[in-house]
Ligand binder design. Structure first.
Ligand code: MN
Length: 446
């Protein structure tokens, strides 16, 4: 199950794919359908107006699907991630790669790239796994970046000042462009590894390889000095220019609001290779998939940080309503008064973009916003249980924050019940469930 195709086959067997036979356009029509099914099944668009190839979307759209992809469950997801982060193993490099079935000159106009939102600058590749090496070949980095299609051979890349940006700067110092492989249509484990907050110098491919039980395969590009995913659906070989920039954006980001226009580098695409009959993988900006891929690795960090200060952390959810980035719901088993406030501080230190934290007891399901709200309604008093921290570094993605200076106000809500007094009055009432009724209800489970 180490390729997107094999993963989709398994999803099909589980009945998790909705195949759409009607013909739709990649401009607004397909995005509108993806949005409608947000958090639901994988969508396979069998006919795309104006294009030969099919489009697949919503591949990493649910927490359960990501757990299945990593052969784990919700309880063990974070330890599975930590294990891979700590034991990266270099993947095999092969010559005979499935993605080499067709090799051709670049013509980006033939790829069914989606135009998502009304005021987006144009068509955007949003699921691209971009890999590059330092000029001395010692350091590899793999990360996901949005790519705006400029014309048949050129893209604009949004380079946030992280690791790929660092490699680009190293290339700039050597007066060369930065060679990159752009792999599209890969297994969810590769997407998750590429979204993980690893130190500079750790190759996310090696982490993906560990997650895939040592079965990830890479292939050397034909025209550029970079390695791509051998089982990807399509690979663009490119060079990020260190001289030429263009205006990039606007494009909707994780918050569902428009990110601003900036001057960003141009990528010259010099070669294309793809599977015969390749599937183009789409990813809706601000959809559940976007939030999960960005949020899950951060959840793991929050979980670890909170577990250092309180004895038992049951679950962490960077909620979809909080953009998978700004709101954390954390359930703990409180041992002493004050545990929840320590948990709040630990969560903020683990994820600097975090804005609001709600800590609840372990009887609350943090994946259900209604339950979390119920805990706030019945176990929280604002004069005693609220923590406000002003003028701290936060997310520049939040339009209500000071986006220029990156400053924001953070809030923590302790919605745990007091340990000592009147335990019963906070108890979540339940109806006794006997076998007969339980069996009857089982029949209605989706
Ligand atoms: Mn990195």
């Amino acid at each position: 199950m180490t390729t997107l195709r094999k993963f989709l086959k398994e999803m099909d067997e589980k009945g998790e794919i909705l195949a759409i036979k009607e013909k739709f356009s990649p401009r607004f029509q397909i995005p509108a359908i993806i949005q409608k099914f947000d958090g639901g099944p994988v969508l396979l668009f069998k006919k795309v107006r104006g294009y030969k190839n099919r489009v697949v979307a919503n591949v990493c759209g649910t927490r359960e699907r990501l757990c299945f992809a990593l052969e784990t469950n919700v309880e063990n997801l974070y330890s599975r991630l930590f294990e891979a982060w700590e034991k990266p193993v270099e993947p095999k490099i092969v010559d005979d790669a499935p993605v080499k079935e067709v090799t051709e000159k670049p013509n980006l106009g033939r790829i069914p790239v989606l135009t998502h939102f009304e005021k987006d600058a144009g068509a955007y590749i949003t699921s691209a796994v971009i890999s590059a090496r330092s000029p001395d070949g010692e350091i590899e980095n793999v990360s996901i970046h949005r790519l705006q299609v400029l014309d048949e051979t050129r893209l604009a890349i949004r380079l946030v000042p992280r690791h790929l940006f660092k490699l680009w700067n190293l290339a700039k110092q050597e007066n060369t462009d930065l060679d990159v492989a752009i792999s599209i249509g890969v297994h969810p484990a590769v997407m998750l590894a590429a979204s993980s907050p690893l130190p500079f110098g750790t190759s996310e491919f090696a982490v993906a390889n560990t997650l895939l039980n040592n079965e990830l395969r890479l292939v050397k590009c034909r025209y550029v000095d970079a390695y791509a995913v051998a089982d990807a659906e399509i690979v663009l070989e490119g060079r990020i220019s260190t001289r030429e920039q263009t205006l990039e954006g606007p494009l909707v980001d994780i918050t569902g609001t428009y990110d601003i226009q900036r001057s960003q580098p141009v990528v010259e695409v010099v070669g294309v290779m793809h599977r015969e009959d390749y599937l183009y993988q789409a990813l809706l900006p601000s959809g559940s998939e976007h939030k999960l891929l960005m949020g899950l690795p951060r959840e793991a960090l929050i979980w670890r940080s909170v577990a250092n200060v309180v004895p038992v952390v049951k679950a962490v959810n960077l909620s979809v309503g909080g953009c998978g980035w700004l709101h954390a719901f954390i359930s703990i088993e409180k041992q002493t008064e004050g545990d929840a406030k320590n948990a709040i501080l630990a969560a903020f230190s683990a994820h600097p973009s975090l804005k609001h934290v709600i800590v609840v007891d372990s009887d609350i399901n943090v994946y259900d916003s209604n339950e979390v709200e119920w805990a706030v309604a019945t176990r929280f008093q604002a004069d005693k249980d609220l923590v406000i921290i002003r003028n701290v570094r936060g997310s520049t993605l939040d339009p209500s924050a000071d986006q220029k200076n990156g400053l924001t106000t953070k809030m923590g809500i302790d919605a745990t019940k007091p340990i000592a007094e009147h335990k019963e009055k906070f108890e979540k009432a339940r109806i006794p469930l006997d076998k007969e009724t339980e069996n009857f209800l089982q029949g209605f489970k989706a």
